[in-house]
Design a protein around this ligand. Structure first.
Ligand code: PEP
Length: 256
């Protein structure tokens, strides 16, 4: 039996400057500092804005803080004339382990298509970053096609041509649940996460499906995390708003 280490990931979005970021991570570490977290029973990851990654990484290294670090986006390209973009090569050199790809805000405000997401997933893997591939349906999609059709189709494109041995994370984030205070029910999350694990099995094989973590995201709070974590196909959470409040995020990471 493969055991998947639960992953609690905090997507800060465009919040906290580099000084605030350092203070936040110090406080979070202090709040979570006990044997369980040091032993890695739950993996905690933070995803600050690009400008904070160096500062947070330096702190994590210096204080041996057991948090993982990720970026919120990556370029599909490695280098060259792409003004304003950030290469996976640079993120890897800054010791980022993860990168969020295809967040609904990138899809909506930056016109990221499934094909762009797929190219970014390949770029991340090429540079030894674990892509956190976000998929999810809008309220309109939900009404027209049900919950799983759109995320399943998005994930099929994102995983096309990916090496079955690659380390990836999938995040099911219904767009209507993000920042709305209206989370999916645990049963809804389970159903879609199970369908997404089916897509992983279909595209990358059973071994990848049993080892890959599938997260739920969308209005996760301290008072609902345990209900999601009880579901067999939900291996953690991608947390937006609540990841910016130390005590709330720490309580989410202590879900059991
Ligand atoms: C997100 O943006 O990834 C997210 C899940 O946001 P929130 O937790 O605020 O709904």
């Amino acid at each position: 039996v493969v055991t998947r280490t639960p992953l609690i990931a905090g997507n800060w979005k465009m919040n906290l400057d580099h000084l605030q970021a350092v203070a936040f991570v110090q406080k979070l570490h202090w709040t979570l500092k006990d044997a369980k977290f040091e032993a890695g029973a739950v993996e905690v990851a933070v995803f600050p804005p690009f400008t904070n990654i160096r500062s947070v990484q330096t702190l994590i290294d210096a204080d041996k803080i057991p948090f993982s670090l990720g970026a919120q986006d990556v370029s599909a390209h490695e280098s060259g004339a792409y003004t304003g973009e950030i290469s996976g090569l640079f993120l890897h050199k800054l010791k980022c382990g993860y990168v969020i790809i295809g967040h609904s805000e990138r899809r909506e405000y930056h016109n990221e298509t499934d094909e762009i997401v797929a190219a970014k997933v390949k770029a991340a893997i090429k540079h030894s970053l674990v892509p956190v591939i976000c998929v999810g349906e809008t309220a309109e999609d939900l009404e027209k096609h049900g919950a799983s059709a759109v995320p399943v189709a998005q994930l099929r494109v994102a995983l096309d041509g990916v090496d079955p041995k690659a380390d990836i994370v999938v995040a099911y984030e219904p767009v209507w649940a993000i920042g709305s205070g209206q989370a999916a029910t645990p049963t809804q999350a389970q159903d879609v996460c199970k369908a997404l694990r089916g897509v992983i099995a279909e595209t990358l094989g059973d071994e990848a499906a049993s080892r890959t973590r599938v997260l739920y995201g969308g209005s996760v709070k301290a008072n609902n995390i345990a209900s999601f974590m009880r579901e067999p196909d939900v291996d953690g959470a991608l947390v937006g708003g609540a990841s910016l409040v130390v005590d709330e995020f720490a309580a989410i990471a202590r879900f059991p």
